[in-house]
Design a protein. Structure first.
Length: 324
């Protein structure tokens, strides 16, 4: 079978489409025919080995983690002890090395694919929508009538945060780039601010929850956007130094939070079966929808990654491995 392989850290030009052995399911695992795999920012971190502190986990000199997590496909083989799924079942969730024609996945990280969703739409959910759900529900504790500001509202996670917060009954405002304002507004955010020209100071003190997914705004600036008892959720933030890559803010939030009236939190999302089922159900009912910017075939994966890194994407980019 063919798969995207990266043997060394670097940019998208280092990635190669190669023939590799078919995966074999282990205990509690299945193998999928991959129909589609979502592209998310974590793949860039694994590809480049940035920030450098991350190499403690994913390899100091050479990458030891393969690329690709989000997946939608059809079960072709089951491992020992698997009873939840059978060959022929259509599923979505998190897998291993999913930028490939076939991939392994743990059963606990999969749920049935709703018939209402295409494979491409389903592949856009697992990491990004679950991250949004955990940011809104678990970290933000968003409730009916809350006022929520989403910074980075046009990205793969941000477009879901806007929708999930609205599904929870919140009033949602968004911040994004000029050319994406209309797209974010179409998701129900109002107002939508253009960070290249709008001054956020007019919003100071207005929000019960601020979810920051993009940029590196100082904590002091973000705190001014919150009510005195509001909650800040740091769910991302690209850029920063080569060693910590913006993680300084998460550490600062951890240190400050016990000494201020506001809750300052950060999020590292984890795949949970119940959360996968929740976002799949929300999507099947139409409460959230994947915003698909573009699809690319497997052999154009480097082009897809470059598009993601350039920041031109509204919503999600998906690698369509098979038609249908």
């Amino acid at each position: 079978m063919k798969a995207i392989v990266h043997d060394e850290y670097g940019d998208a030009d280092r990635l190669q489409l190669r023939d590799v052995p078919d995966p074999v399911p282990g205990k509690g695992e299945v193998v999928l025919d991959v129909h589609a795999s979502g592209l998310e920012r974590g793949a860039w971190h694994l590809m480049t080995g940035r920030p450098l502190v991350g190499r403690v986990a994913f390899g100091v000199r050479r990458p030891r983690w393969p690329l690709g997590i989000e997946v939608a496909g059809v079960v072709t083989a089951v491992g020992e002890g698997v009873t939840r799924f059978a060959v022929g079942d259509a599923v979505l969730g998190s897998g291993v090395a999913t930028y490939a024609e076939r991939a392994r996945a743990k059963v606990k990280n999969l749920v049935p694919k709703p018939e209402a969703l295409s494979f491409v739409e389903a592949a856009a959910l697992p990491v990004s929508a679950v991250t949004a759900l955990q940011a809104v529900r678990d970290k933000g504790r968003v409730a009916q009538g809350d006022r929520v500001l989403v910074i980075g509202a046009s990205g793969g996670v941000g477009t879901y945060v806007v929708q999930v917060a609205r599904a929870f009954g919140a009033e949602v405002a968004g911040v994004c780039r000029t050319e994406k304002v209309a797209g974010v507004r179409a998701l129900g955010a109002d107002p939508v601010l253009d960070y290249t020209r709008d001054d956020l100071s007019g919003l100071e003190g207005r929000f019960d929850v601020v979810v920051d997914i993009g940029g590196l705004r100082p904590l002091a600036q973000l705190r001014r956007l919150l009510t005195p008892r509001g909650t800040l959720v740091l769910a991302g933030g690209e850029g920063g130094g080569r060693w910590l890559g913006g993680m300084e803010r998460q550490l600062q939030a951890l240190l400050w939070s016990p000494f201020v009236g506001q809750r300052l939190t950060s999020l590292v999302s984890t795949t949970k079966t119940d959360d996968l089922a929740t976002v799949a159900d929300l999507a099947a009912r139409g409460d959230i929808r994947p915003v698909l910017d573009a699809t690319y075939p497997l052999d154009a994966f480097p082009d897809a990654m470059r598009r993601l890194v350039d920041g031109d994407v509204l919503g999600k980019v998906v690698i369509a491995v098979r038609e249908g």
